[in-house]
Design a protein around this ligand. Sequence first.
Ligand code: RTP
Ligand code: MG
Length: 142
Amino acid sequence: MANERTLSIIKPDAVAKNVIGEIYSRFEKADLKIVASKMMHLTQEQAEGFYAEHKERPFFNDLVAFMTSGPVVVQALEGEGAILKNRELMGATNPKEAEAGTIRADFASSIDANAVHGSDSAASAEREIAYFFNDNEICPRG
Ligand code: RTP
Ligand code: MG
């Protein structure tokens, strides 16, 4: 499988629960390297732009309000099959449906406050990493 990069966000609920380190540990144990990282409080404009693909969905306003409700931690992860591997570590969007042992099963409380974001395709990963990081903020490939 190819060496890939993906964009991950620890959402405001998980930052508030003080589980940044626990989530980072899961990435590391799964052989995903954190190659870029920053904490930020998204503006309305940043959150709307990031989730632009969901603009017409009924949950869009709630999603943007939630993502701007507190600080988040944004990271690029690198490793073999990183995009799918991260989605597997995250578990299903709705934590009630997430498999035991996944990040969302363990730390998320609702479909809105669901702890983490992860890119869902190679095209999304490329767009989302560039959305948050300049090239000089990402570790060079090893
Ligand atoms: P994410 O983009 O945050 O990684 O989540 P995802 O791929 O698992 O889910 P996606 O379909 O991209 O939806 C983005 C976020 O919108 C909220 N959502 N609410 N009420 C609903 O039916 C609903 N559906 C989605 C979730 O918080 C989801 O993470
Ligand atoms: Mg998504």
